[in-house]
Design a binder for this molecule. Structure first.
Ligand code: F6R
Length: 240
């Protein structure tokens, strides 16, 4: 795992977007694995700014997202589908038909997971962007998830529900279940870029980068990936 320590969130975001832009510039047909959450927001802003200033085109780019809350339609303001449109896609020239995410409203869980697994097989990702949960999760693969898991439905850990409550009207509004890409599929991306910012991620960053590789810390699996870059700011790197 290559570790880059940025001075602050601004530098982290710039470096992350530089890396993603490099992929898109090299291959206009690139497949990007994307994440929601607070951490990638700065990088997404840079990508939009770059598109407007320099005209980097996403017309042929395809994207696949990590996860989606179960029970929220794509039109719901707190759905991850809506998050992606609002924070990235609407600012680019990407064709929304080329952007993929699990269907949170799918009635048949197993069918939806099988559909997404098949989709992921047909769209090998050039890069997978990840945020890091304060409990070491990646996507919604909570501690204890087998490293060979495919797309599945998870019951979110209490700490994840608490962490995500800030984006909802109250903790009771946070869905307790979600569809998530599995760890096996994260590891199949050609390149992985994981970002962590802020003091509340310092323990998880330490366990991921320096502790044992264990299913108790899902992100630790990334140390086995041949091309994984971690970008952290100073606060998140405090315990390294
Ligand atoms: C988001 C995702 C999550 C977040 C993680 C960190 O699609 O899968 O794993 O990346 O919970 O969230 P933030 O960035 O909000 O701290």
């Amino acid at each position: 795992m290559k570790i880059i320590i940025a001075d602050d969130y601004q530098e982290l975001s710039r470096r992350a977007s530089d890396l993603l832009l490099e992929v898109v510039k090299r291959d206009p047909y690139a497949v990007l694995g994307l994440a929601t959450g607070t951490t990638p927001l700065g990088a997404y802003e840079h990508m939009i700014e770059n598109h407007k200033k320099n005209g980097t085109s996403y017309l042929h780019v395809r994207t696949v997202n990590l996860d989606e809350y179960k029970g929220l339609p794509a039109s719901h303001p707190q759905s991850y589908a809506c998050f992606m449109r609002h924070n990235l896609f609407d600012g680019l020239d990407i064709d929304l038909e080329n952007t993929y995410i699990e269907n949170g409203m799918a009635a048949e869980e197993e069918e939806e997971c099988a559909r997404y697994d098949k989709l992921l097989r047909s769209l090998p990702r050039d890069v997978q962007l990840l945020g890091l949960g304060s409990n070491g999760h990646i996507a919604f693969n909570e501690p204890g998830t087998p490293f060979d898991s495919g797309t599945h439905v998870v019951t979110l850990a209490e700490s994840t529900v608490r962490d995500n409550a800030r984006l909802f009207a109250g903790i009771d509004e946070v869905p307790r279940k979600a569809f998530t890409m599995g760890i096996r599929q994260i590891m199949q991306a050609r390149r992985v870029l994981i970002l962590a910012s802020g003091a509340n991620k310092a323990d998880a960053v330490f366990c991921m980068a320096k502790g044992p590789v264990t299913e108790d810390v899902p992100a630790s699996v990334l140390r086995l990936h041949p091309d994984c870059t971690l970008i952290v700011d100073r606060a998140a790197a405090a315990k390294l």
